[in-house]
Design a protein around this ligand. Sequence first.
Ligand code: AN7
Length: 363
Amino acid sequence: MSFRPLNDRGVLARWKEFLPVTDKTPFISLNEGSTPLIHSPKLSTLLGRGCEVYIKYEGLNPTGSFKDRGMTVALSKAVEDGARAVICASTGNTSAAAAAYAARANITCAVLLPAGKIAFGKLAQAFIYGAKVVAIEGNFDDALRLVREIGETEPIAIVNSINPHRLQGQKTASFEIIEDLGDAPDFHLLPVGNAGNISAYWLGYTEFHQLKRATKLPKMVGFQAAGSAPIFHGHVVEKPETIASAIRIGNPASWEFANAALRDSGGAIDIVTDEEILRAQAWLASEEGIFVEPASAAGIAGIFKSVDPARQSERRMPLVPEGSRVVCTVTGHGLKDPDVAKEQCGAVIPARADKAEILRLLA
Ligand code: AN7
């Protein structure tokens, strides 16, 4: 039996012909990507009229979020360009991915995090992967401003999504969806924070459409948390607030790209409340067995909003025609934010259950 080297997997190995890499680029990879596209019978029934809903489960990437797709490209290029260190601002997932890929590349990584506003799992990741963790008095937008300033004068590679290699890597999720479905979907729903991911998906869909690997383009529909919805409102939000800490962003870096994607695809940006986000998170776990972090449930909450008769007047998402295929990306794993999950389901562990109690629970 011949040995198959395992480094032939991952985003760079699978999609290199579509990525800015050459034979000289070292592949810094953790076999990210190729995540499952899971059919959701219950969300399909909810939409009705022959529509089918699929969930792209990005929480199954190596560090538990979609950020790994972009980070493998960003770190590979940083090493190719001779960088000794990388830096990013983050609401938690970018920093986890940057720290892991920097560890793999043997280079220093500094992460700037809004103090007290990072989900516990993500903070643990930054530390265990060995990043230099800096807490910023302020929010993500303040941290990103500082990163941009440092990048102007210091020889340190910025690995936020203002680094174009990040979006290049992230676009590969669209390629996978097209391969899995045999064509692009009709609608693509996802949460929006810094607006990099919605821009990257659109990049991927348009690229494969131009190459005739897909016959159509989806309408892109992004969901922001109601308390952090700068794109929805059309202006910067100075003090963004939401329980979905990953998307607590008031001045998205990829705002212009996202607007172009929304316009060119005929899509829309909509909002969902924290309550709707938490309800969708719990529903997805208990009804479909898919545990995601709060921010990741925004698109699922959006599906519920789209079918709620009471919300039709304020709904921005276009009507989903009969027989549509809808993909919803869930961006990060539920274990990233155990505190919110624990609090919201009010988990009470029955003390000293005996056999009779067990049988009663199962009745
Ligand atoms: C789970 O990690 O911005 O619209 O610094 O972690 O591309 O920003 C995370 C964003 C959605 C929004 N879901 O994606 C960061 C960061 C999860 C996220 C988003 C994020 P973008």
